[in-house]
Design a protein. Structure first.
Length: 220
């Protein structure tokens, strides 16, 4: 884990996909996209149907490793609002186990905006926690400190003739965008105009590597 300070709070970046908030013993993730494969299967595009189980297994392992008591999911936890009903028995059981161990909050996103009956936990539109706004998509007009997801940010660069891409966080003084956690999620380049529009000027890509946090200014 690598220390990541934001808006007066100390977090730890856990790998390249999650935040841990030690003061609250809270694990924070975004864009799980459970049941994305089954959604595509209904359209005739068949992908390995194990994305939900793989994502839940990773999430459960992180919750155990960090000894988290809270789990905040910042929207698009399901690839569509009916995704919860399509969870297979093994994935549903693992999800319910997480809900039994943790205070689990699902913040809805654009994909799962009509989510009403997940296997466990509480569904919220947004939340304010210790002075931080937790929502799915960054609000450019809100100057309060904010945690969000939605964009699946990735940092790309060329290194020794190779193109390298890493999930990353995007940060300004008052906005922190989390990478996508889901096993079957792509990524949007941090220089994309929509990310710049959401954050405003001065954004940095934060890439956790081993025991340090690499910071790269995002070009205007």
């Amino acid at each position: 884990m690598v220390l990541l300070s934001f808006a007066g709070h100390d977090f730890f970046a856990v790998g390249q996909r999650a935040l841990f908030w030690p003061r609250r013993q809270a694990l924070i993730v975004a864009d799980l996209h459970f049941e994305k494969a089954s959604w595509f299967a209904r359209l005739g595009q068949f992908l390995p149907p194990y994305d939900s189980l793989a994502t839940l297994a990773d999430l459960s392992a992180l919750a155990i490793a960090t000894q988290a008591r809270e789990l905040w999911c910042l929207g698009d936890s399901f690839h569509d609002s009916a995704g919860a009903a399509r969870l297979d028995p093994a994935a549903r059981a693992l999800c319910e186990e997480l809900g039994d161990r943790l205070d689990l909050r699902w913040i809805v996103g654009n994909h799962d905006a009509m989510l009403t009956a997940p296997p466990c936990g509480t569904v919220l539109a947004e939340a304010e926690v210790d002075g931080l706004q937790l929502r799915h998509e960054a609000d450019p007009g809100d100057q309060r400190p904010e945690l969000s997801g939605h964009f699946h940010p990735k940092f790309r660069m060329s290194m020794k003739g190779r193109n390298v891409a890493r999930r990353c966080f995007v940060a300004t003084t008052n906005k922190l965008i989390l990478p996508a956690f889901g096993a079957l999620t792509g990524g949007l380049d941090v220089c994309h105009p929509e990310i710049r529009r959401a954050t405003g000027p001065g954004a940095q890509a934060l890439v956790p590597v081993a025991d340090r946090l690499l910071r790269f200014p995002i070009a205007a």
